[in-house]
Design a protein around this ligand. Structure first.
Ligand SMILES: Nc1ncnc2c1ncn2[C@@H]1O[C@H](COP(=O)(O)OP(=O)(O)OP(=O)(O)O)[C@@H](O)[C@H]1O
Ligand SMILES: [Mg+2]
Length: 434
C-alpha cells in the first residue's frame, strides 16, 4: 500500500529520507515555539497593558483620585502608553474590527475580555504602528493609543525566517550532493540496458561510493567477458565458413566437368546454395567487427545501392547532401539486406531517407504479404524465417535482418518493424543518431 505513494526513483527516495526528518523537526519546533513561547509572551504583554489601562480607569472613576487624572495620564504618556484621550459623550464604534484570521487579534480579544470589566473596542489595523483601544465608561469613551510592540511579540517572523531559510539552504546542498551520488547508478542502469539490447556501450569510469564503483568495475569485467565470447564465436563461424569456401569451389569445378548430360544439375544447385549461405555467414561475422566510423554522403551511397539492384520497381526518395557518421560498408549492408527482402518477398521497394532533428531515418517499405504482428520481433533473430521451406529454393538463410540489427545497434541506432500503412506490406525503419 505504502509502496504506491513512495517515489519510484532512487533520487527522490533519498530526498524523501532527508526531507521527512527536517520537516518533522520543523513542525515540532514550530508547535513548541508557538505554544510555549509566542502565545504565552503575547498573552503576558496584553495582560500588562490591560493592567495599566485598568489602573487609569481606576483613577478616572475614583472621585478623590480623579483630581490627579491629568497627572497620571501624563505619567503614562511619557513612557508606557502613547496617548490617552477622553472622548466626551461618545459611544464605542458599532462595528467589530477583530480580524478573525489574525492570531494576534484573537489573543488580544481573549485577554482584554478577561481583564477589562467595561465594554471595550479595539482596532489593530487602522494604524501601522499603533493599536487603538477604547473603553466605554458611562457616557464617555477612554481611548488608549498603544504602540504595537507593547502588545505584540515580533519574534515569530524572525523565527520562521530562521527556521525556513537554513532548511531550504540545507535542502539545496543535499540535492546537489544527492544528484552526484545518484548519477553513477543511473548511468550504470542505462548502460546495462543498452548492453542487454546489444547496443554499443562506451567504457564506464568507476565513480561514486565504494559499492557503486565495485558494481561498475564488475559490470565492465562482465561486459568484456561477454564481448570476448561473442567475438570468439563469430571468429569461429567466419573461420569455418572461410575454410569451407575452397573445397566448395573445388566441388563446383568438378561437378562442372562431370555434368556433361545435366544429370548433376540438382547437386550443382545445392552447391551454389551452400556457397551463398557461406557468403552470408561471412557477412554476418564481419558485421560484428569493429572498425572506424567516418562521415560520408548518404545520398550517394543510397543511389549506388539502388543502382546496383538494377530493378525498376525500386523507388528512392532521398534529400541531396545528407551526411551520416558511421561505418559506410556496414550501413550499405543494412540497406542492401532490407531492399533485398522487399524485392524477394514483395517484388518492389519504396526507399525513403529523412532527416529528423537528431536522427536520420532510412525507411524501406513494400506492398508484399507483410509479417504478422507476433512474428515482427522474431524475424530479427538469426536463422529465423517465416517460411522454413524456403531455404532450398532461393538461398534464404534467415540472417539478413539479424545482420541489420547488429549493425544498427553498433551504431547506437534503432530498428522498427511495422505494417506499411499505405498498403498491407511491410515497413522497416532504421534510425541512426545524427
Ligand atoms: N519485406 C518482407 N515482407 C515479408 N516478409 C519478410 C520481409 N522481410 C523479411 N521477411 C520475413 O522475415 C524473415 C527473416 O528475414 P531475413 O532477411 O532475416 O532472412 P531471409 O531473407 O529469409 O534470409 P537472408 O536475408 O539471410 O537471405 C524472412 O524469412 C521472411 O519470412
Ligand atoms: Mg533477407
Amino acid at each position: 500500500m505504502i509502496k504506491k505513494f513512495l517515489p519510484k526513483t532512487i533520487f527522490f527516495r533519498y530526498l524523501l529520507i532527508i526531507i521527512a526528518p527536517i520537516l518533522l523537526l520543523q513542525i515540532i519546533l514550530t508547535i513548541v515555539f508557538f505554544d510555549s513561547l509566542w502565545i504565552k509572551t503575547n498573552k503576558g504583554l496584553t495582560k500588562s497593558v490591560a493592567a495599566e489601562i485598568n489602573a487609569i480607569i481606576e483613577v478616572y472613576n475614583d472621585k478623590t483620585a480623579n483630581k490627579n487624572f491629568e497627572f497620571v495620564k501624563n505619567l503614562f504618556e511619557l513612557s508606557l502608553i502613547q496617548e490617552i484621550n477622553i472622548l466626551k459623550d461618545q459611544s464605542l464604534p458599532f462595528y467589530d474590527s477583530t480580524f478573525v484570521y489574525s492570531l494576534y487579534d484573537q489573543l488580544m480579544d481573549e485577554e482584554l475580555a478577561k481583564e477589562i470589566k467595561f465594554p471595550y473596542w479595539y482596532n489593530t489595523r487602522a494604524n501601522k504602528d499603533y493599536v487603538d483601544i477604547r473603553i466605554q465608561i458611562n457616557k464617555n469613551v477612554l481611548q488608549f493609543i498603544v504602540h504595537k510592540s507593547r502588545v505584540r511579540n515580533s519574534s515569530a517572523r524572525i523565527f520562521i525566517l530562521w527556521i525556513t531559510i537554513p532548511s531550504i539552504l540545507l535542502l539545496m546542498i543535499s540535492i546537489l550532493f544527492l544528484r552526484n551520488q545518484v548519477r553513477p547508478f543511473s548511468i550504470l542502469a542505462d548502460s546495462a540496458e543498452k548492453f542487454g539490447k546489444g547496443q554499443y556501450v562506451p567504457e564506464l569510469k568507476p565513480s561514486g561510493a565504494v559499492e557503486v564503483r565495485k558494481a561498475i568495475i564488475e559490470f565492465e569485467k562482465m561486459k568484456r567477458r561477454i564481448l570476448r565470447h561473442i567475438s570468439q564465436r563469430t571468429a569461429m563461424l567466419s573461420g569455418i565458413s572461410h575454410d569451407l569456401k575452397t573445397p566448395l569451389t573445388r566441388l563446383k569445378l568438378q561437378i562442372e566437368i562431370m555434368n556433361k548430360n545435366h544429370s548433376l544439375d540438382k547437386i550443382k544447385d545445392d552447391v551454389i546454395e551452400m556457397e551463398k549461405m557461406i557468403a552470408e555467414y561471412l557477412d554476418y561475422s564481419s558485421s560484428q567487427e569493429v572498425g572506424a566510423s567516418s562521415k560520408f554522403d548518404l545520398s550517394n551511397l543510397m543511389t549506388e545501392i539502388v543502382h546496383k539492384f538494377n530493378n525498376k520497381n525500386i523507388t528512392l526518395k532521398c534529400p541531396d547532401k545528407i551526411y551520416l557518421t558511421g561505418k559506410k560498408q556496414l550501413v550499405k549492408r543494412c540497406v542492401y539486406n532490407l531492399i533485398d527482402n522487399a524485392i524477394k518477398y514483395a517484388g518492389n521497394a519504396n526507399v525513403i531517407v529523412k532527416k529528423g532533428t537528431n536522427d536520420i531515418s532510412i525507411i524501406v517499405e513494400d506492398d508484399g504479404p507483410g509479417v504478422p504482428d507476433h512474428e515482427k520481433d522474431r524475424i530479427l533473430r538469426p536463422f529465423y524465417k517465416l517460411d522454413k521451406s524456403r531455404t532450398m529454393v532461393d538461398g534464404s538463410v534467415g540472417l539478413g535482418l539479424s545482420i541489420v540489427q547488429d549493425i544498427i545497434n553498433s551504431h547506437g541506432g534503432k530498428i522498427k518493424i511495422n505494417d506499411n500503412p499505405k498498403n498491407k506490406g511491410l515497413k522497416v525503419t532504421l534510425s541512426f543518431p545524427d
